[in-house]
Design a protein. Structure first.
Length: 420
């Protein structure tokens, strides 16, 4: 039996903290407590098991530790996204936590119910200055839900797709780690094939194997230009349609998730000079924070372009970087950039004049170092990386198809039109 209800009828829902959080206070971060932000909720498929930030004891005093199996719902920033905590974690007031009533609501069913109402909740969140769902607005939303046993049956049908997606995501993570480990083994630890007979020489970045060299970024970069944003409406000035990759989209695109990238319209000349090609690097040059340095990089692959219909540019807070292919492979370059970022070496190229952190690209272009291995060794490495990347791309495309099938089935089940 289906009935009209509100989220309070299905369980208890509350904010992630009880008092104002001083967002930029360094004392909040770096402890043992996972801290889940709106981006983590949006990136998750069904469960949240990964996080980039942790809270300290001081941070915990400003928040609370929510238990595993709490449903996280975003009410600001990435609005109306939801995912289930797979770990005990804290989250800010832009996220609320939902715990279902026993034998009244199934947790997965409520998550799918919210997915079905996502567009509506985003619409009622529109504001004159800033979009905000608010806890009060969320509590006023009316849902249509069946009895508990039917909820469980529906959730089981839909979660089959999500379980397959989760498993593929785990395989993608393992493959990504394999590629990362290979790079570190060969070019950070210098245990590449034949390293036993290598001798080391001095360089500007320390001792390196003989046959390696250290160049400046300007020696390997052939072309660079800032990105664009265009217009959300097509007209006579903005007539070129293309998707836009922002810095916030990088983690999703790396995993083959393309749905976060907006479709925009651009001036012809702007599009022509910024149209992305296979092997281009997108560099984030603005918008970093103390927790997340600016300078993230993304490699544009043949598969990425194919899935975007080859109509793609990077956003205005990013920069298109095109390399001298006769000197360096983009597949090698991206791992060097990831190394600079993960070790926070990239921070020496940052500038913070206001609340936004910017990247000093010209300084990086002229003064930034890059370690270059012998050409034959680079080619061997790239061959192995391309094999791994092809497996990742295949899994990502499978996930895209599974998501489409799940999303087609979801409204039929959630409306009661398809019985279980």
């Amino acid at each position: 039996m289906w009935r009209v209800c509100r989220i309070d009828d299905l369980g208890e829902i509350n904010r992630g903290k009880s008092k104002h959080r001083p967002r930029n206070d360094a004392r909040l971060f770096g402890g043992k407590y996972p801290f889940i932000q709106t981006g983590d909720v949006k990136k998750a498929n069904l469960y949240i098991n990964e996080y980039n930030t942790t809270y300290s004891e001081f941070g915990l005093a400003q928040s609370k530790l929510w238990p595993k199996d709490t449903l996280c719902i975003t009410i600001a920033a990435n609005i109306a996204e939801s995912a289930i905590l797979g770990i005990d974690a804290c989250f800010p007031d832009s996220v609320v936590g939902f715990v279902p009533k026993k034998n009244k609501a199934d947790l997965k069913f409520v998550k799918y119910l919210l997915d079905e109402f996502k567009v509506y909740m985003q619409q009622i969140s529109k504001g004159t200055t800033q979009d905000n769902l608010s806890l009060d607005k969320l509590r006023r939303v009316k849902f249509y839900a069946p009895d508990y046993d039917t909820q469980v049956k529906i959730a089981k049908v839909i979660s089959v797709y999500d379980d397959l997606i989760e498993n593929n995501n785990k395989r993608i993570k393992i493959l990504e780690q394999m590629a990362e480990n290979l790079y570190k083994e060969w070019f950070i630890c210098f245990r590449f094939p034949g390293y036993e007979s290598s001798s080391f020489v001095a360089s500007s970045i320390g001792r390196i194997p003989e046959g390696f060299s250290v160049l400046k970024m300007q020696d390997v970069i052939n072309y660079h230009i800032g990105g664009g944003w265009g217009s959300d409406v097509r007209d006579k000035n903005f007539e070129c349609e293309a998707f836009v990759i922002r810095g916030t989209d990088f983690p999703y695109v790396k995993e083959g998730i393309l749905s976060t990238c907006p479709r925009r319209y651009h001036k012809i000349n702007n599009y022509r000079t910024r149209k992305l090609e296979e092997g281009d690097i997108i560099l984030e040059v603005s918008g970093g924070t103390a927790e997340q340095p600016v300078g993230r990089a993304l490699l544009v692959t043949k598969d990425t372009l194919r899935r975007f219909g080859r109509k793609l540019i990077c956003a205005s807070f990013c920069k298109l970087v095109r390399l001298k292919r006769n000197i360096i492979s983009p597949y090698y370059f991206i791992y060097w950039m990831n190394f600079l970022y993960s070790t926070r070496i990239i921070e020496k190229f940052q500038l913070q004049s206001t609340g936004i952190i910017n990247f000093k690209f010209e300084y990086f272009f002229k003064k930034g170092d890059i370690l270059l291995p012998p050409v034959d060794l680079m080619h061997i490495f790239v061959g192995k990386i391309k094999t791994i990347k092809a497996q990742i791309d295949k899994l990502a495309e499978v996930n895209e198809n599974l998501t489409k099938q799940r999303d087609m089935l979801l409204p039929r089940l959630m409306s009661g039109k398809l019985e279980v």
